[in-house]
Design a protein around this ligand. Structure first.
Ligand SMILES: [Zn+2]
Length: 248
């Protein structure tokens, strides 16, 4: 017992990585919708699923609480976090701003290899949009926005956006198919503006894209009568008509 305790107090790389692996497994299960918001997370069950003991599971749940994905309630246990309407609006606002910044930077940097890669992805996205498959679309959507962030070439922005993207993707998973055609059309317009080196337009289109997906989500999955959906529009001005026709 004494020995075990001493061992546990040592900084131990393998213990750390076991916790990280467990955290990644549980995070993926939450973000993929395997566990829904409000679901109780049972330590024994999670431990069995991840093939680990309860200790790393407990540590992982604390780490995921810090990320906002899990709620730990005293004497009641761990639950998948539920997002309030304010949370949803705030996430959309933040992501719309940052996605715009990433696209703006990407247009300025004009990395030809990444632009070609995004172009390639657009063809796959368009094809997937006609054959609705939530998982394939979620995957491609993730890839598109990750490449856009790469093209923005700001490591710190990419880091901030990674978790933010995971959380919004979690929200938007349920509308991925219904809005696929519009979304991939918008993705193409953003790339066109990037190619033209029009950083202002690329930024605006990217922000607008996130805001419009957010509005669609709010109008469909929530009682929008109680929500100020237009609040998102305040932060993201509409794309000027002249720029819109230019981008097509
Ligand atoms: Zn998108």
């Amino acid at each position: 017992m004494q020995q075990q305790k001493a061992k546990a107090l040592q900084p131990d790389a393998s213990r750390q990585s076991l916790r990280d692996l467990t955290t990644n497994t549980i995070r993926a299960a939450i973000l993929s919708g395997q566990y829904r918001p409000g679901d109780r997370l049972i330590e024994d069950k999670l431990a069995a699923e991840a093939g680990v003991s309860r200790n790393p599971v407990r540590e992982s749940l604390r780490a995921l609480e810090a990320e906002g994905l899990v709620e730990l309630k005293p004497r009641r246990g761990a639950f998948v976090a539920t997002l309030t309407e304010d949370d949803v609006l705030e996430l959309i606002e933040l992501r719309a701003s940052l996605e715009g910044l990433a696209a703006k930077l990407a247009a300025r940097r004009g990395d030809a290899a990444l632009v070609a890669q995004i172009d390639d992805l657009l063809a796959r996205g368009d094809a997937a949009a006609t054959e609705p498959n939530d998982n394939a679309l979620a995957e491609l959507n993730h890839e598109y926005h990750e490449l856009l962030a790469c093209a923005g070439a700001n490591r710190h922005l990419m880091e901030v956006m990674q978790l933010l993207r995971a959380k919004t993707q979690w929200l938007f998973g349920s509308i991925m198919t219904a809005r696929a055609r519009d979304s991939w059309g918008e993705h193409a317009n953003i790339l066109r503006a990037m190619r033209d080196g029009d950083d202002e337009l690329a930024g605006l289109l990217a922000s607008r894209h996130v805001a419009d997906v957010g509005r669609f989500y709010l109008a469909r999955d929530r009682d929008s009568s109680e929500l100020d959906v237009d609040a998102i529009g305040v932060l993201v001005p509409p794309v000027p008509t002249s720029a819109r026709s230019r981008s097509r």
